[in-house]
Design a protein around this ligand. Structure first.
Ligand SMILES: Cc1ncc(COP(=O)(O)O)c(C=O)c1O
Length: 434
């Protein structure tokens, strides 16, 4: 009889993966299919069986420059010659300092105090801690809760999950352990609709009634991503900023998905011309090379936290400020700001608007919407992810639908031909759903 070790060595990698590796949001006993990627270049993923797929996902918003970029490769290789990692406790290094300088330059003033952390979810945890510690340090002990809107997504850790949409974010499953926050209804005024002041009413009322308990408002600016791919009116942000100031509540903007050009502006909040008290960045920060996130705040917030008890921010992950990730992030930001990203994103937007438009005619389609380099086809009913993925892969395209949504956010460097193909495959697949 073969022992367990030998058995595991002998099963092929697909079978091993299916039986031993947990993938995101899928069952361990009846998992969704996975496709083995052997390499990736530009806007293409190459499967182990030799097929090439046009990437419609940028690996969940992250790979904005495409894959295997020579500039980012070089940054990683050069940094590797010096050190891959060193602890950030009691030590600093040039990659972290340079990246921090760049982030201060790029983000709206007065954000200029930076906490580097591991992932988007962790940066949201840190932002919530900052907001709570801010009020504790000021001696305002009751301001411990968050206010947000329905339809949001901020990550999978407990603090982040507690501010995700309470229904699609599965609050019921973790109810016993999740902190309770305030949720205003979905923002009813769309990005392209004329502004309607009544859209603010429920949010304003919640804040007015509960501001003494609310440490911060947390929002994804302009685009709500994994909670439903909704685009809302920038004026909501402008008004939310004013209300936060009026009711003495901090404003946290989660720019993890929207940051670095995806919506057509460098940051989602640039559509509204406002700046938050705390900003979360992640995903495209390293051009999708490795995990790194940042929580930025103002001198005012940082000084209050540092003046209170215990006089420090209570967070400090092992891989904080990882030099390899910082070096690649710096290279990615230099690449972005020296490229014509705005023009590229605009071109993608124009093509998506033109080519996804015809999906609207199909009776199974509820809505088609495009903003920046994000294209969404919302169906009336949930789609079968495995079937749609198979149909797309067979036609040379990589997407990952969820719920009722087929959506794409390709790398900014995608060619017009590849984008046309991506759109025509989505249109075909949508037609097949009928
Ligand atoms: C807006 C937003 N916030 C937070 C997160 C969590 O980031 P991460 O998956 O890196 O933990 C995501 C991820 O999709 C996101 O879209």
């Amino acid at each position: 009889m073969m022992d367990q070790g030998n058995f595991l060595m002998n099963i092929n990698s697909q079978e091993f993966d299916r039986t031993h590796l947990w993938h995101p949001y899928t069952s361990m006993t009846n998992p969704l299919p996975v496709y083995e990627v052997e390499s990736a270049h530009g806007a293409r993923l190459r499967l182990a069986d030799g097929r090439e797929l046009i990437d419609g996902m940028s690996s969940w918003w992250a790979a904005i420059h495409g894959y295997n970029h020579p500039v980012l490769n070089q940054a990683a290789e050069q940094q590797l010659q010096k050190m891959a990692h060193v602890m950030f406790g009691g030590i600093t290094h040039e990659p972290a300092v340079t990246l921090a300088r760049t982030l201060i330059e790029l983000t709206p003033a007065p954000l200029d105090r930076i906490f580097l952390c591991d992932s988007g979810s962790v940066s949201v945890e840190v932002s919530i801690k900052m907001a709570m510690q801010y009020w504790q340090a000021k001696g305002v002990k009751d301001k411990t809760r968050m206010l947000t809107v329905r339809g949001g997504y901020h990550g999978d850790t407990f603090g982040a999950m507690a501010v995700c949409d309470p229904v699609s974010g599965m609050h019921s499953l973790f109810h016993a352990i999740l902190p309770q926050h305030f949720f205003a209804p979905l923002i009813s005024c769309g990005f392209y609709e004329p502004w309607n002041d009544t859209c603010l009413d429920p949010f304003r009322e919640l804040l007015q009634k509960n501001h003494k308990k609310i440490a911060a408002v947390i929002l994804e600016p302009v685009v709500q991503g994994a909670g439903g791919m909704r685009f809302y009116h920038p004026r909501f942000l402008t008004e939310a900023r004013k209300l936060c100031d009026h009711y003495e509540t901090l404003l946290i903007l989660d720019e993890i998905a929207t940051g670095f050009g995806r919506t057509g502006e460098l940051f989602g909040c640039d559509h509204a011309g406002i700046s938050p008290d705390i900003m979360c960045l992640g995903k495209a920060l390293t051009g999708g090379y490795m995990t790194l996130a940042a929580t930025l705040t103002t001198a005012k917030v940082a000084e209050v936290i540092s003046s209170g008890d215990p006089g420090l921010l209570m967070h400090g992950p092992t891989f904080m400020g990882n030099p390899l990730a910082c070096a690649v992030a710096q290279a990615s930001l230099t690449l972005l700001t020296s490229s014509s990203w705005q023009k590229n994103v605009k071109t993608i937007e124009t093509i998506l608007k033109k080519e996804l438009h015809s999906c609207r005619q199909h009776p199974a389609v509820a809505d088609v919407r495009v903003l920046g380099a994000i294209g969404v086809v919302e169906m009336k009913n949930p789609v079968d992810v495995a079937t749609i993925q198979q149909q797309c892969v067979d036609r040379g395209v990589w997407i990952r639908p969820f719920g009722k949504l087929l959506y794409i956010m390709p790398p900014y460097i995608i060619s017009a031909d590849d984008l046309h193909h991506l759109c025509s495959v989505i249109t075909e697949v949508v037609t097949d759903i009928l």
